[in-house]
Design a protein around this ligand. Structure first.
Ligand code: GDP
Length: 295
């Protein structure tokens, strides 16, 4: 993950090796290289520029500390800025209401159904919850089967109505069943399209209005870089979601989505998904992610 960005940043810090102190000249060239590395990692230019302007100001504003080299100082400043860009602290899912209703939204293929299974497994095994998975994708019969298979693998019930073409009704009926069965978390997997479209948005917005979920998690494929960020913007404008799930971080992803989604939509990344196995769901920790990027 983010190998290229990590290498490039390391290269930028190396420019300061042997320098006795931070100066206008050595900071300018280091910062320029950091900016290029961010842009090549698919960070939007404006965000990269603001980032490196802050890094530069901080570096030049530092008092001379003899115990720490300019290179180490720069690593620390960049790390703090990366953590801040990604949201500072982790943000947990609100599980207090009983039942807690979690709506899952995103484009087709982003990893919604896989994530729904991972989340159900996480809540069951780590939070001692009794989740109900709801198959809300009314357009792809295979999506119901996929959720059934995931549910049986993790021992979580799945609610579906294969004949019903009204996703709002399915969600409402699922909640009734969950209440009757004592399920304390309801995870509603919704239909996705290959691109943002009005029908999909209206449908998810209608489900939101009907069931009033505590959490709306927007699932996005991190491999899609700035497209991921633009899609996040479109979904957030319509749904005002509560958190982001970044998937496929196990792939060859460059970093742009992870670094800039929080900044762009001002919603926290809550989980990351790094594989197809159901036990690999991770809470997103900005600090750990920044550390990973800096190696
Ligand atoms: P949906 O259409 O949004 O429900 O997406 P799916 O959950 O069906 O996932 C689409 C494809 O991506 C499937 O082949 C999944 O196995 C795969 N996938 C989902 N999450 C991840 C992940 O975190 N890492 C990897 N490598 N593949 C994933």
């Amino acid at each position: 993950m983010f190998e290229s960005l990590s290498e490039r940043l390391e290269g930028a810090f190396k420019q300061l090796k042997g320098e006795g102190r931070i100066s206008d000249i050595n900071v300018a060239s280091t910062v320029k290289e950091i900016r290029r590395a961010l842009v090549d990692a698919d960070v939007n230019y404006k965000i990269a520029k603001e980032f490196t302007d802050r890094v530069k100001d901080k570096a030049l504003g530092e008092k001379v500390i003899t115990a720490i080299s300019p290179g180490q100082l720069m690593v620390k400043i960049v790390k703090d800025e990366l953590v801040s860009l990604m949201g500072n602290t982790e943000v947990e899912v609100d599980l207090k209401p009983n039942p807690t209703i979690i709506l899952i939204a995103g484009l087709q293929g982003s990893g919604k159904t896989t994530f729904s299974g991972k989340l159900a497994n996480f809540l069951k095994t780590k939070k001692a919850k009794k989740p109900l998975l709801v198959a809300g994708d009314i357009y792809r019969p295979a999506a119901i089967d996929q959720l059934q298979v995931l549910g049986s693998q993790i021992g979580v019930e799945v609610y579906s109505e294969p004949e019903n073409k009204n996703a709002v009704e399915i969600a409402q009926n699922a909640i009734k069943q969950a209440k009757a069965n004592g399920n304390n978390v309801i995870i509603i997997d919704t239909a996705g399209r290959l691109a943002v479209d009005e029908v999909m948005m209206t449908e998810v917005a209608n489900i939101k209005a009907a069931v009033n979920p505590q959490e709306i998690l927007f699932v996005v494929d991190s491999m899609t870089g700035q497209d991921a960020v633009n899609t996040a913007k479109a979904f957030n404008d319509r749904l005002d979601f509560s958190g982001v799930v970044l998937t496929k971080l196990d792939g060859d992803t460059r970093g742009g989505a992870a670094l800039t989604i929080k900044y762009t939509v001002n919603k926290p990344i809550k989980f990351v998904s790094m594989g197809e196995k159901l036990d690999t769901l991770d809470v997103f920790y900005p600090e750990r992610m920044a550390q990973r990027i800096l190696g």
